[in-house]
Design a protein around this ligand. Structure first.
Ligand code: SF4
Length: 367
C-alpha cells in the first residue's frame, strides 16, 4: 500500500536501528509525545530494536486520556438533560467519569450519538431545530480547526441550537510542564507530527533552548519513529538541543496558515486541567467572547463541581513518562478495556490500551 509499506520496511528498519546503536555511547531517555506514536512503538516492537541504553517513555499526547474528569462528568450531565442530543467521537463514550460514562447515560435513555466530524453534529442540529445539539470538542491542535469551522458555519447559518463542550488541549505547554517538573527524566522529545502539520514547529524553539533538549518533529510509522530517534540521539551525542523535522512529507515550519487563523478567530488560550496531571497554565482552548453563545457550559449553566478520580489509577504517572502501564498494579487485573479504571485503558491512543492489546504481560516489574 503506497505511503504505508515503504515506512514499514524491515530491512530499512534494521539499518536505522544499527545506525542508532553505532551512534549511542551512553544512556538516553526520549519521550514520544503522541499516543499514536506510542501505539506504533508497542505494536511493531520499535523499542525492542533499540540499543539497551535508549529508553523510550510515553507522553501525554492522547487527548481522550487527558480530558479532565470534570468535563466527562459535565458531558454525562448535559447528555442526560431531556431533549438534548449529545454528539461525540466514539472513543469518548467509554471514558469513565465519577459516576459512569456516556455509554451508560445512553443506556439510561440519553440521546448520545457517535459522529465522525463536528460538521455532522451541525447537520444534526439543522435537522432537529427544536432540540439542543451539543458536540464534545475534544482534541489537540489537530481537531481544533474543524471544530472552529463548525462554530463559524453555525453562526453564519443562524443555527442557534448548536453548541460545543470544549475540551481542547495544547501540546507545547504540556511538554514544558514535564520538563519543569522536579522528577523529569526526559532528555529529548519526538514531537507529534500531526500537531505540527497544523501549528508548525517554531514555538518549540524557545522550549528546546530553555531546557537544553532536542525536539524532533516525528511521524507515526515505524521508520518515522526510528529516524526520529536517530536524529534525537545524534543531537544528544553531539551536545545539541535544536528543533529538527523528520516529518518533512507533512510538516512545514509555519504549519497550515489557514487552519491556524481559523483557530485564532474562534478560540482563545485558557488554563486547562489535564486528567491525572492537574492544571497547566495556557494549555487549553476556550471559545472567544464573540462565539460565547456556542459554549455549552455557559448555555447549560454548569458550574465547576467536585470530582473523584480513581485512587488506584496511575495514569497521571503514565502520561508523564514516569511509569509504564504494566508497572501499574491494576494493569490487566482490576483494570481492563472492559472494566477500565482510567481513560488510558480505553482510548485508541492510550498507552495502557496499547500494552494491553499488544504486550499483555503479568503486572509489576514486567519491564
Ligand atoms: S492500567 Fe488502568 S488503572 Fe493503571 S494507569 Fe492504566 S488506566 Fe490507570
Amino acid at each position: 500500500m503506497r505511503f504505508i509499506h515503504e515506512y514499514r520496511d524491515a530491512r530499512a528498519a534494521r539499518r536505522l536501528a544499527a545506525a542508532i546503536a553505532r551512534t549511542t555511547t551512553c544512556p538516553w531517555t526520549i519521550m514520544e509525545v503522541c499516543g499514536g506514536q506510542t501505539h506504533t512503538i508497542v505494536k511493531f516492537g520499535v523499542d525492542e530494536l533499540l540499543p539497551p541504553q535508549i529508553t523510550l517513555v510515553h507522553g501525554p499526547g492522547c487527548p481522550v486520556c487527558v480530558t479532565p474528569l470534570e468535563l466527562i462528568d459535565k458531558a454525562v450531565e448535559i447528555a442526560s438533560i431531556p431533549g438534548v442530543i449529545f454528539c461525540s467521537f466514539g472513543d469518548m463514550l467509554r471514558v469513565p467519569g465519577t459516576h459512569g460514562d456516556l455509554l451508560a447515560a445512553r443506556a439510561r435513555g440519553a440521546d448520545v450519538r457517535v459522529v465522525y466530524s463536528p460538521l455532522d453534529a451541525l447537520a444534526v442540529a439543522r435537522a432537529h431545530p427544536r432540540r439542543q445539539v451539543v458536540f464534545f470538542a475534544v482534541g489537540f491542535e489537530t481537531t481544533a480547526p474543524a471544530n472552529a469551522l463548525a462554530v463559524v458555519q453555525a453562526q453564519r447559518q443562524g443555527v442557534r441550537n448548536f453548541s460545543l463542550l470544549v475540551a481542547h488541549v495544547l501540546v507545547p505547554p504540556a511538554m514544558e510542564a514535564i520538563l519543569a517538573s522536579p522528577g523529569n527524566r526526559v532528555q529529548g522529545f519526538l514531537a507529534a507530527g500531526h500537531v505540527c502539520t497544523v501549528m508548525g514547529y517554531e514555538e518549540y524553539r524557545p522550549l528546546a533552548a530553555r531546557y537544553g533538549v532536542p525536539i524532533v518533529v516525528t511521524g507515526f510509522e515505524p521508520l518515522d519513529i526510528l529516524q526520529g530517534v536517530y536524529m534525537c540521539v545524534r543531537q544528544l551525542e553531539e551536545g545539541r538541543a535544536e528543533v529538527e523535522n523528520q516529518y518533512v512529507r507533512s510538516v512545514r515550519p509555519q504549519g497550515n496558515r489557514a487552519a491556524r487563523e481559523l483557530i485564532a478567530q474562534v478560540f482563545c488560550v485558557v488554563p486547562r486541567r489535564w486528567r491525572g496531571i492537574g492544571e497547566i497554565p495556557k494549555s487549553g482552548l476556550g471559545l472567544q467572547p464573540a462565539y460565547a453563545d456556542f459554549d455549552a457550559e455557559r448555555r447549560f449553566g454548569l458550574a465547576g463541581r467536585g470530582v473523584e478520580e480513581s485512587t488506584e489509577c496511575r495514569s497521571g504517572l503514565v502520561l508523564q513518562g514516569v511509569l509504564k502501564p504494566p508497572q501499574c498494579p491494576a494493569f490487566g487485573t482490576r483494570c481492563t478495556p472492559e472494566h477500565p479504571l482510567g481513560a488510558t485503558m480505553v482510548s485508541s491512543e492510550g498507552a495502557c490500551a496499547a500494552y494491553y492489546r499488544y504486550r499483555r504481560v503479568p503486572a509489576q516489574g514486567a519491564l
